[in-house]
Design a protein. Sequence first.
Length: 273
Amino acid sequence: MTRVAVIIPCFNDGELAIEAVASVRESEPVEIVVVDDGSTEPRTLACLEQIERSGISVVRRPNGGLGAARMTGLAATHAPLVYVLDSDDLLEAGALAAMADTLEAHPDVGFTWGDYVVFGDMLGSYRSPREFLPWTLTYVNPYPVCSMFRREVLERVGGWEGWAYEDWDLWLRLVGRGITGVATERAVYRRRLHGDSRLLAQARADHGRLFDEIRRRNADVYARRDELRRSERPPLWKRAAYPVLFGPRAVVPVRVEALMIKAMLRFGGGLPG
């Protein structure tokens, strides 16, 4: 039986999608679908045809963003466990089996995440939190985009929605449903950083609006913030710092953000959990 389906959305980055598909190296069968999210670039279209000729399923849809593309991939697959891989990232060998084993060992949880290696414009590593931290998630999202979920959990909460922060929104909806997860304590993928300064500037400018939107969409979770803090029991420094850094501000100050990124890449850790 095939345990895992991998969903790879692709929009005008076909050559990277070929690399992403090739990075799926497992000793057991894996269901792979590439979702063409309305690509228009000729080279990408040729690459998608090449992927299809290799026997990998390619599903085409009008451009609708990452959330919609992932949901199209969810509908096109059948395996009980689902892993999302961005087309510019690469899986580590054996990572899917390790994550599937984690979920099989913990039948009461709905998802698992791991660490990742950073390459491209920067080099380093990211150590994800070892526990699921609902209170922390009301301020910042420390969990990797590329994680593994039980299909029935995704279907129950509605999967990914929206054009931006769809991953953060999903984590918060899982909190709202009382669904928790467990870490797979190893590097599971390689995250490619190749920032476009204009896109990064736009993301920073939009942060306040997007954050307000996910607060509105998950108002029930934010109404329980004190309860979540008592359950999570974050250290005193975190209780003091997070509301200042991630609360009333529209975005983390540039200098603070830069220091956090440098520390993460130098010491192999993420935002402290």
